[in-house]
Each structure stands twice: as C-alpha cells, then as structure tokens.
Ligand binder design. Structure first.
Ligand code: ADP
Ligand code: MG
Length: 642
C-alpha cells in the first residue's frame, strides 16, 4: 500500500545573517495511513519546522514530499490551502482559537472555508464538541474555557472537515498532566476508532510512549525510528467536497461585523472621517441646489422671456440720472415691433401715504396695464387698470398686501381713496406682495398708471426703465440685438443697457454649479483623507490580527478568503460611515431649516446615491492594500509572530 506520507531528502534552509541556516538536512520518512506517530527531539532540533512542512503550511527548500501519492513540495499556495482544508487538521500548543468567537464558531471556521452549508456545519461542530465532552460549552468563548477545554475545541476544529491526517505540535505542552492525558486519550481514539493518521510532536518521553511509533530528530535529521507499523485503511468517510459560494461572502461579512464590534471605539473613530466627508458632500450639494432654486424662484417672477432696459451703461452708473433719452415713447414704439409681445415703462416715486390718521411711506411704481402680465404679478382681489386708464392718467391704483395691511388694517380697501403725497388715489385691486429675496419683501408698493406718475409727480416723460416681453417664438439673443439697434438709432447712441432674464438665470445656474463643484471638491478631499484613515487603521488591524490570519490560513483559508474578509471589513466601515453621514446631513438640514430660517436645503437623491457609491468605492480602494498585505502573509511566519 502506498504510504500516505513519503518524505525523501527534505531540506529547509533559512537565511541567517550572511550565511544560511540548515534546519532540516535531508529528512527521509514514510508514514502509513492510520499510524499514530510521535516525533521527539531536543528543542531547536527542527520538529516544528518538519511539522509545518508535513502540514503544507511551509514549503521545503529541497527534496520531495508525496502526500497521498501527490507531489506537494512545489505546490502553489492555493493548492496547499486546499490540502490543509480537506486533508489535514492542525492542533497547536497554544490552541490558537479566535477569541471573538464561541467554541462552536471556532470549530465551524474550517467548514466555512470548505463551503459547508450553515446548517450542516452547525450540526457537525456541535456533534464533535459533544463527542469531546464539550456539549455544555458550545457558546463559551475561549477566554471562558480552561486550557484543556480550549485544546478540545481546537481538536474538534481539526476534525470538522474530516481530516485524514491530524498534526499536533506539542498539544499537551501548555496543559497540566491530567488535561494532557485527556487530550492524548482523544488523539489515541481518533487513531484507533476512526483510523486517522495522527502525528504528534513532543519533547516529553512519557507522551511519546503513548504512540505506536517514535521518530527522533536531532539537528535536522532522523536519528532513530522505531519502525513503520503496518497501517490500516482509512475508516474516515470523506464528505463530498462542497464548493465555495455566496455563503462565504456572507460569512466574511459576519466576521467583519464581529471584528468591528470587538473594537467599537476604534471602528467609530475610523468611520468618523467618512461620516464627516459624506455629510459635507451631501450638505454642500443640497445647499448649492437650494440656493440655486431660490434664486431662480426669485427671478422667475419676471418670466425668462423678458428684457429690461435701463438708462446708463450698467447698474450703478453715476451718470444714468442725467440720461434723459429713455422715455415712454420708446416703449410705445417698441410695442409696435413684431417680436415684442408687450412693453411696460416703469417710473417710480416715494410719497407719504395718508389714510385717515394712518401714515406710511411707500413706493409707487408707475407701470402700464401690461406690466402685471409681463412681471407675473397676481391680484388677490379687485382688478388691474386697463389701457384706457393709462391713457387717461387715471388715479385708480393697485396696492399690494403690505400696503393694505399698513393703511387699512381690517377694513376692505376696495373703492377707498387715500392720499399719496398731494394726489388722491383710489384702490381698485390688491396684488400679492413681491417676493424679493429670502423672507419676502416688507416694503409697501403701489402700482399706478405710469402716465399718472409722470404727470402728477415727476412732470417728465423720462422713465426709469422699460420692461419688455418678447413674443414666444422669438430668440432672446436676437430680440436683444434688435432692441439695441432700434433704441441706439432712436437715441443717436447707446445710452442704455439691457438686462436679459434668461442670461441672468443661466449665469446664476452656472455660478452656483461652479461653486458647488468647488466646495464638493473640498468635501471629496476630506473623503479621501477619511479613506486614508480607513487604510491606516486597517493596516494596524492586519498587524494586530496576524495570528488570526495565520490560524485561518492553517485551517484552510485561501488567500482570496483573507483578502475578502479584510476588504469587506473596510467596505463595511465605509458603508456604515456613509449611511451615518447621510443621516447626519439630513438631520442637521432639518435642524437648520427649523431654527436657521433663511436658507433652503434641497437634497437630491442622486447626490445621496453618489455619496453611498463613493464611500463603497473608498472602502474598496483604501481597503485593498491592507487586505492584499494580509492575504500575502506566510502562515508559518504569521503564527510565529503571534
Ligand atoms: P523545535 O524542534 O524546537 O520545534 P524549530 O523547528 O522550531 O525547533 O526550529 C529549528 C531551528 O530553526 C531553530 O534553531 C530555529 O531558530 C530555526 N528557525 C525556525 N524558524 C525559523 C525562521 N523563520 N527563520 C530562521 N530560523 C528559524
Ligand atoms: Mg517546536
């Protein structure tokens, strides 16, 4: 019968200083299926080194290792992980259980990597622990178990995938003699009843005496061997190999949550960078969108197809007061142009109003009958004046809500006459107060025919501006050009300027977009900083959990499993941070809206989705390096460093 283990000429060298340390110097050894072998030797003789090679945790520097007929000495990492998972069970001197998990959870770990279904591995782990006398300790954590109990958990872990070979490196080294005896009895039974191959390393002759065969090692060579005992055919039933699937991802996520819960404060601090980054991105975008919508709402009172014409070169031109060429006749002439839908001149004056004993100061806007349409002013009561009234300089006016409140209190103002300066005016309509800027305007406004204002107050036909609505099918830029050349011709020069509402809207939109982009860029930088924080902590966490990584690899985790676990942890931290950030942004928005008053936040679902996606991306990007470095660890080195 082909022996299950055949080593020939196995060497293992370590670089040491400027030379090489030959730890194993040509080990030849055959072990048959079902043997119970003890390897003894002085400390430093190379027992553990040999054991790690037997357990496919380490690769020999030279020689051949045939395991169950397959050459494994030069196998790559993934195939060796598969052998560890399905063929070999490791028991360590210091148990190496994962401290955050229960006994049951620890036993299940190799089965997870094998892809066993949760139910099956639960049952199996519980049965194994029961068989080893741990049935009433399933949900204890390693810290709550004695050394002997922990070692039994670790034996159960070695058995959960039905390993045919059990490798135990000083399994009783840390135990008192009674617990040690119990552990040895279990190992003996595994050999006798199950027909498993059991190989233990010990420096204790009494322990070695329990085995069927003793191999002694000194200075990296076999110096004595009590001889091959005829092996037996395996009695162990091999379960069908399950394939890894989506369940493993869920397991990795569960472990990531466990790891996060074990370091709550640290996880929170790591998240904080992401929380702040995401919250600021979402808030800034909401603020930008809010102010954009508010500004647009303010100017949309004047439709986007209106042009406003003012004297002078621009707003704030000191000489505009001396320009006398912009008169109401310009408006009348412009109204005849085919592309003009309506025109209203605007003039204004600010007399004191008097009604009974009440006085108030107000602004009278002298406008044409078309102004209400052009400027989008809605009446809440009564009616506006018509073209006839404008022609006849009628003293019928429309007052706004502010004026009504200031002058008439609870009285119905329609039909009432009040004094504005020296001129009596009669109320025929009430208009909504103009929303000028946030909070609305509190100034009093009265709309009167411009002819009345010119004749009764100003004594001139000069206007302070013309508001013009372009007919629907005309291009705004073209209309602006035509108006410019028309008026330039009439005035004999360009002494006016035109404000194009559409242009203003576009400018505002693009300015707020630029601002939003700029601030968002700063927020993204803070997200990057948060991401670097995540990477930093993950690197620390990898270093800190190096033993855990070693243990997981020893029980058969693939490199990809380790990488997935750390990557998922990083992504999870970022996603939870992202959700918290979004909630924080929404919450603080609520608070601001309730108490801050003057600005609006408009949260776009797109920005929230983008924020979540980017936090996910940050987790992947910044978690990759730590995860990759964890997955590249050498299992032997990782276990030794722990
Ligand atoms: P033991 O028989 O006590 O288990 P080991 O196999 O652990 O002995 O170690 C055998 C020798 O190999 C020791 O001298 C040890 O210092 C050396 N050795 C083990 N691992 C390494 C390593 N990773 N790098 C360098 N030397 C090592
Ligand atoms: Mg050792």
């Amino acid at each position: 019968m082909e022996p299950i283990i055949r080593l020939s000429g196995i060497t293992r060298d370590y670089p040491s200083g400027d030379g090489v340390l030959h730890v194993l110097r040509g080990v030849d050894l055959t072990i048959a299926q079902g043997e119970f072998v003890a390897i003894i030797g002085a400390s430093g003789s190379g027992k553990s080194t040999l054991m790690n090679i037997l357990g496919c945790l380490d690769t020999p520097s030279g020689g051949s290792y045939r395991l169950d007929g397959k050459e494994v000495a030069k196998m790559e990492a993934a195939s060796r992980a598969a052998l560890r998972r399905e063929f070999l069970g490791f028991i360590f001197q210091h148990y190496h259980l994962l401290p955050e998990m229960t006994a049951l959870g620890n036993v299940e770990v190799p089965a997870i990597y094998r892809g066993m279904s949760p139910h099956a591995r639960h049952e199996k782990a519980a049965a194994l622990l029961g068989r080893l006398g741990m049935g009433d300790r399933l949900n204890h954590r390693p810290g709550q178990l004695s050394g002997g109990q922990q070692q039994r958990v670790s034996i159960a872990r070695a058995l959960v995938n039905d390993a045919r070979i059990i490798l135990a490196d000083e399994p009783t080294g840390a135990l008192d003699s009674r617990s040690g005896d119990e552990v040895l009895a279990i190992l003996e039974e595994l050999h006798r009843r199950d027909g498993r191959t059991v190989i233990i390393v010990t420096h204790d002759a009494k322990v070695a005496a329990r085995a069927n065969r003793i191999i002694e090692i000194a200075e990296g060579q076999v110096i004595a061997d009590s001889g091959l005992v005829q092996g037996r055919a395996a009695l162990v039933a091999q379960p069908p190999a399950a394939s890894p699937g989506i369940g493993q991802l869920a397991e990795a996520a569960r472990m990531a949550v466990l790891a996060m819960c074990a370091h709550k404060l640290r996880s929170f601090l790591t998240m904080l960078g992401i929380i702040i980054g995401i919250a600021s991105v979402v808030s800034v975008v909401a603020l930008g969108e809010g102010s954009r919508q508010q500004v647009l709402q303010n100017i949309s009172g004047l439709g986007t197809n209106t042009l406003q014409i003012f004297p002078g070169e621009n707003f704030g031109d000191m000489r505009s007061g001396r320009v006398t060429t912009l008169v109401s006749e310009d408006g009348v002439q412009l109204a005849r142009q085919p592309f003009v839908a309506s025109v209203s001149p605007t003039v204004s004056t600010s007399p004191t109003l008097r009604y009974g004993a009440t006085e108030a100061s107000a602004q009278i806007s002298g406008v044409s009958e078309q102004y209400f349409d052009v400027a989008g002013i809605t009446l809440t009561a009564g009616r506006a004046f018509d073209a006839n009234a404008v022609q006849q300089m009628s003293q019928d006016v429309v007052i706004d809500e502010n004026t009504r409140a200031a002058l008439f209190a609870d009285e119905d103002p329609l039909g009432k006459t009040f004094m504005a300066g020296q001129v009596p005016l009669r109320v025929i309509g009430i208009a909504k107060a103009r929303q000028n800027g946030p909070g609305g305007s509190t100034s009093l406004t009265i709309y009167a025919p411009y002819t009345t204002v010119q004749a009764r107050y100003l004594g001139t036909t000069i206007v302070s501006g013309l508001t013009l609505r372009v007919s629907d099918d005309t291009d705004m830029a073209l209309a602006q050009q035509s108006v410019t050349s028309f008026l330039t011709q009439r005035h004999g020069g360009k002494d006016f300027f035109i404000v194009n509402n559409d242009e203003i809207r576009q400018t505002i939109t693009s300015t707020t977009q630029t601002m939003t982009l700029l601030i968002a860029a700063i927020a993204v930088i803070s997200l990057l900083v948060g991401g670097i924080g995540v990477m930093n902590i993950m690197l620390v966490s990898v270093t800190e959990r190096i033993t855990e990584i070693g243990v997981r690899m020893a029980v058969g985790a693939r490199r990809s499993d380790i990488r997935a676990q750390f990557l998922i942890e990083a992504v999870l931290v970022c996603i939870i941070g992202g959700i918290a950030g979004v909630l924080f942004a929404l919450g603080s928005g609520q608070v601001f809206e309730r108490f801050g008053g003057d600005f609006t936040l408009v949260y776009s679902p797109l920005s929230i989705v983008a924020a979540m996606a980017s936090s996910c991306g940050i987790g992947l990007a910044f978690g990759y390096l730590p995860a990759a470095s964890a997955s590249r660890l050498d299992p032997v080195a990782a276990l030794a460093r722990g």
